[in-house]
Design a protein around this ligand. Structure first.
Ligand SMILES: [Fe+2]
Ligand SMILES: [Fe+2]
Length: 418
């Protein structure tokens, strides 16, 4: 039940985060989020369109952690013959443990022609996106839930029960965005819709969810507050959460750990709140004493966070995210597996994002450059000194997932008014 609440809450929050986003952006984020929450390696999201000849599904976005796929470019008729067509036609959710072994009793079959090159689909969760009047407006098809040994495992049937109410809310939002794209709805209408959405939400949340929401909100605000004096870091903290969650999941960490790091990673630099402001804001080189004060953001962060039972992981991350694998980091000079795995994960996330980010004194690196530095180092960073080798290996396999998180959550250009 808890899981269901959190999931619904999370989806609602993220759908509402950017009410002005385009349909394309929203669908890509819905797909991304659905994959993160269910552990699916790949997926496609479809929207129903109507032509003279009848309804069809237009694939609007496709994603795959393992291979490069085109954003999406094909159509499927709404009919019982294909899996997604069946889901669109009936509004039912379909879970398959082997798409190539569908029983003879089913009207649909898997069409290998739609399979990406050099990729094999095994398990599938396919669910409809419905609007508030219960009409199917799209379909999400998730492929290959990845298990701890990196092989596809079946989607859990209770995931289907969880996505149903969530898909409703997301579907309504997609419909809203689609309308905006198509007929340029005025702001007023949008605000009305948002109010309705908020009201709807008010009906379905209970006190416990509100408490959970308030907790997550406070944690997010704390992280934001801490970076207020930092150089323009924008969405850095949000992205750090996502990369860390992505790594933890692919590492096969327990679900509770993954959920916790998902909101804890953003607090890694929270101790900067306590650093002497003169040091924090100083533009030039820091002398030894100033450097030592700056480095204490790790222990300060731990002090701020360690009292809360739900922030133990965050406290651990804050304390140890500047330790290095070789034992040459601070504050405690821990090395290897003495450094908590949470901190080792956040370190990779933090550094990838720092490399990509533009700062007053440097342009941002491309994904290729950042990947090259993390894998092979440069004059400032030696990956063998810094990182857990297991995580470098994982990064080498899954670096495209990092690029996608960056692309989806990157900061708007500095010139844009906000
Ligand atoms: Fe830090
Ligand atoms: Fe950071």
């Amino acid at each position: 039940m808890d899981y269901q609440h959190n999931l619904a809450q999370e989806f609602l929050e993220f759908v509402e985060q950017q009410p002005r986003q385009s349909l394309q952006q929203l669908l890509s984020r819905v797909l991304q989020k659905s994959r993160l929450l269910t552990g699916a390696e790949a997926g496609t999201i479809f929207i129903i369109r109507r032509k003279r000849g009848g309804a069809y599904l237009q694939a609007v976005n496709a994603q795959n952690d393992r291979i490069h796929v085109n954003a999406a470019d094909f159509e499927v008729p709404v009919s019982n013959k294909t899996i997604s067509g069946y889901v669109a036609a009936t509004g039912e959710t379909v879970i398959l443990d082997d798409v190539y072994g569908i029983g003879a009793g089913k009207p649909y079959s898997f069409n290998p022609a739609n399979e990406a090159k050099n990729y094999k689909s095994v398990t599938m969760l396919c669910f409809p996106l419905k609007n508030y009047t219960n009409h199917v407006i799209g379909v999400v098809q998730l492929i290959n839930r990845i298990g701890p040994d990196k092989q596809p495992i079946p989607f859990d049937p209770h995931m289907a029960a969880i996505v149903a109410p969530v898909a409703r809310v997301v579907g309504a939002s997609i419909e809203r965005t689609d309308m905006m794209d198509q007929i340029r709805l005025k702001n007023k209408v949008l605000q009305n819709r948002n109010r309705q959405l908020a009201e709807q939400r008010g009906h379905i949340v209970n006190l416990q969810e509100q408490t959970e929401g308030a907790f997550l909100l406070s944690v997010g605000l704390l992280a934001r507050a801490a970076e207020i004096h930092d150089e323009g870091t924008g969405n850095h903290i949000v992205r750090t959460n996502e990369y860390s969650y992505f790594i933890a999941r692919h590492l096969g960490m327990p679900k509770q750990f993954c959920d916790e790091i998902h909101y804890s990673a953003q607090l890694h630099d929270v101790g900067k709140m306590s650093v002497d402001q003169a040091v924090l804001k100083k533009k030039g080189r820091l002398d030894d004493a100033e450097r030592a004060e700056m480095d204490r953001h790790t222990t300060y962060g731990h002090q701020i966070l360690c009292d809360s039972p739900r922030l133990q992981l965050a406290a651990e991350i804050a304390l140890s995210h500047h330790e290095k694998w070789a034992g040459t980091g601070y504050p405690n000079g821990l090395g290897g597996k003495d450094i908590p795995i949470s901190a080792r994960i956040v370190q990779v996330a933090d550094i990838y994002d720092a490399l990509r980010s533009e700062r007053p004194y440097k342009a941002g690196f491309s994904h290729e450059q950042a990947t090259d530095i993390i894998l092979h180092g440069d004059d400032r960073l030696d990956p063998r000194e810094h990182f857990d080798p297991q995580l470098i290996e994982l990064f080498a396999d899954l670096h495209l997932g990092f690029a996608r998180i960056w692309d989806e959550l990157k900061d708007p250009p500095a010139t844009a008014a906000s």
